[in-house]
Design a protein around this ligand. Structure first.
Ligand code: SAM
Length: 366
């Protein structure tokens, strides 16, 4: 039976023009991501930094050892990236110059900003063949009748899972790059947290950083609060690679089975990787590891909280959620969804201590 035709609202001429421009932009904005990848591969942020932070196009062409014939093309690439906020533009005397801004500073080789995190890996991983092909498979994935526990679109397309042995076997080089991207994602920001939320750790006697990797975050916390006895829990294959265990204690284990007891357990950028059911299991283990609320027991969670009032930050939160949908079985959550998980795991209450960009910092009480 033919669907009943509903009358369509006829847009005005101005609306049609705007809609067409918006459609072009939405259809093509992957080119902005790929132009950014191109800039990283050419080493443009590092070249600008090497030449003192501002550079004219002819100098940039020379510094990158490109053919002078490529200058007009490079100009078009830089024009898009400057308009998208990746570089700043300025005029020194009569020549137009491109400068680093806070975003492109994060892409300069060898510059250490908060947590020794080189952000280049995020650009390269997010625009890698594996990630893009997984996203191209989204519609097919939706059409399949599968359960929550089944494969992510990434796994469906590649037959391997991110951050598992299957990915390392499929393509060891990309696997290494994906781990570098996670380290870049996870390590940036702990100094800001320590400065902005000192009360989070003040008065704590002990802390378990659950899924704390090589201990980068735990070491930063102990440096700022030397009296805290800090334990890092991670899988044995991660813990076995740690060489310096002078300031924090390392425990190899599975968080689904046991979390080393402490006054507080921290889950920094962990839960977004897991579905709701697994999050409840992880949080239930956290609850077993901490004392009562009266004795200062709490779980500290740092993760994205969807719902920022800034449109740009909200868009970032939603894109990060699409990333989780496409690549993993996890998700980003809004406050209501976080609340439900905390209650299901048997906690009595929570507080958002601070929102730092797209990320929120929770204290969750037993
Ligand atoms: C995304 S990272 C966590 C980020 C880290 N907390 C940080 O902020 O730097 C994921 C970590 O969880 C660890 N992990 C995964 N499954 C685990 C499990 N069942 N038990 C303990 N650690 C686990 C991984 O080995 C990896 O180091």
């Amino acid at each position: 039976m033919a669907a009943e035709a509903h009358p369509m609202i006829v847009p005005t001429d101005a609306e049609v023009l705007q809609a067409q421009a918006d459609l072009w932009r939405h259809s093509l904005c992957y080119l902005t991501s790929l132009a950014l990848k191109c800039a990283v591969e050419l080493g443009i942020p590092t070249a600008i930094h090497r030449l003192g932070g501002a550079i004219s196009l002819p100098s940039l062409v020379a510094e990158l050892s490109l053919s002078p014939a490529k200058l007009p093309f490079l100009e078009r690439l830089m024009r898009l990236l400057a308009s998208s906020g990746v570089f700043a533009v300025g005029n020194s005397s009569e020549e137009e110059t491109y400068r680093l801004n806070p975003l492109s500073c994060l892409l300069v080789d060898g510059v250490v900003i908060d947590g020794n995190a080189h952000q280049k890996a995020i650009v390269l991983a997010a625009n890698s063949r594996h990630y893009i092909e997984a996203a191209l498979g989204l519609a097919n994935w939706f059409k399949k009748d599968t359960q929550l526990s089944s494969k992510s679109p990434f796994e469906e397309v590649h037959g391997a899972s991110l951050f598992e042995d299957s990915m390392a076997l499929l393509d060891p080089e990309s696997d290494k790059m994906f781990y570098e991207a996670v380290a870049a994602h996870d390590n940036l920001g702990i100094s800001v947290v320590l400065q902005q939320c000192p009360d989070l750790f003040k008065g704590l006697q002990s802390l378990t950083d659950c899924c704390g990797g090589d201990g980068t975050t735990a070491k930063a916390i102990v440096k700022a609060f030397p009296h805290i006895k800090c334990t890092v829990l991670d899988l044995s294959r991660v813990i076995n690679t740690v060489s310096d265990n002078s300031s924090v204690n390392y425990v190899a284990g599975d968080m689904f089975k046991f979390i080393p007891p402490a006054q507080a357990v921290m889950l920094k950028l962990v839960l977004h990787f897991w579905n709701n059911e697994d999050c409840v299991k992880i949080l239930s283990q956290c609850k077993k590891a901490i004392p009562s609320r009266e004795e200062g027991g709490k779980v500290i969670i740092m993760d994205i909280v969807i719902g920022s009032s800034s449109q740009k930050i909200l868009e970032t939160e939603l894109l990060m959620d699409m990333l989780m949908l496409t690549m993993t079985k996890g998700q980003q959550r809004d406050e209501k969804e976080w609340h439900q998980i905390f209650m299901k795991a048997g906690f009595s209450g929570y507080k958002i201590v601070k929102k730092l960009g797209p990320r929120g910092i929770f204290e969750v009480y037993p």
